[in-house]
Design a protein around this ligand. Structure first.
Ligand SMILES: [Ca+2]
Length: 208
């Protein structure tokens, strides 16, 4: 009996050890492109913006209870909602980060609520930084459906998008399909979300 109790204690210790496993960027999976979305009925527009991150360690085992942070600090003109509007996610305004803890399978499903800033300088490239337990997992590009950050998706947003589209530059915030170039397909992505009444509301407030 004592021996069985000893084995159980050992297994508990081993289990606790694996929970503290170090995430591996090589074995983890992150999206290459993320859409920054608005809200519907007061909640994150998951239909347009949800993505999954899978955190695995060096032995390719899932890392449970790992805090994933998706930061948009380096994305030109991007504003992060000061509330997550997404169950299980929280906001760290200091790093413009959205936090979510992995489940037993090492998975998180997240949606980033926020917007652009009308008149902000343009940029391109993988400006989003993704971490798990403080370990950098990689970067992703980010496009903003709600370009002006007010009144959900509307005429000013499409006007700002068209300005980007006709600029001749491949501006990241308008690259909705994540192809790294701006084209009619990006317009199609925006119109599809708008046509389905997606992201009909902007965030109520943004990180300072
Ligand atoms: Ca808007």
């Amino acid at each position: 009996m004592r021996r069985i109790a000893g084995w159980m204690a050992l297994n508990l210790l081993l289990g606790a050890g694996s929970a503290r496993a170090v995430p591996s960027a090589t074995n983890s999976h992150i999206p290459s492109h993320i859409l920054l979305v608005g809200r519907n009925a007061g909640l994150a527009d998951t239909s347009s913006g949800a993505f999954t991150i899978e955190v695995r360690d060096g032995a390719n085992n899932p890392v449970a209870n790992s805090v994933v942070e998706v930061r948009i600090l380096n994305c030109p003109g991007a504003r992060l909602s000061s509330q997550a509007y997404d169950a299980g996610s929280s906001i760290r305004c200091g790093t413009a980060g959205v936090l979510h803890t992995t489940n037993a399978l090492g998975l998180v499903r997240m949606t980033l609520v926020g917007a652009g800033t009308a008149g902000a300088p343009a940029g391109a490239g993988p400006c989003v930084q993704i971490f798990a337990s403080g370990v950098p997992l990689g970067n992703a590009t980010l496009a903003y459906l709600d370009m002006d950050g007010s009144s959900g998706l509307g005429s000013q947003d499409i006007s700002l998008f068209l300005t980007d589209l006709f600029s001749g530059e491949d501006i990241g915030r308008s690259d909705y399909d994540g192809s790294t170039t701006l084209s009619a397909n990006d317009l199609s992505v925006w119109l599809t979300v708008w046509g389905n009444s997606g992201s009909a509301e902007s965030a109520a407030s943004y990180c300072p």
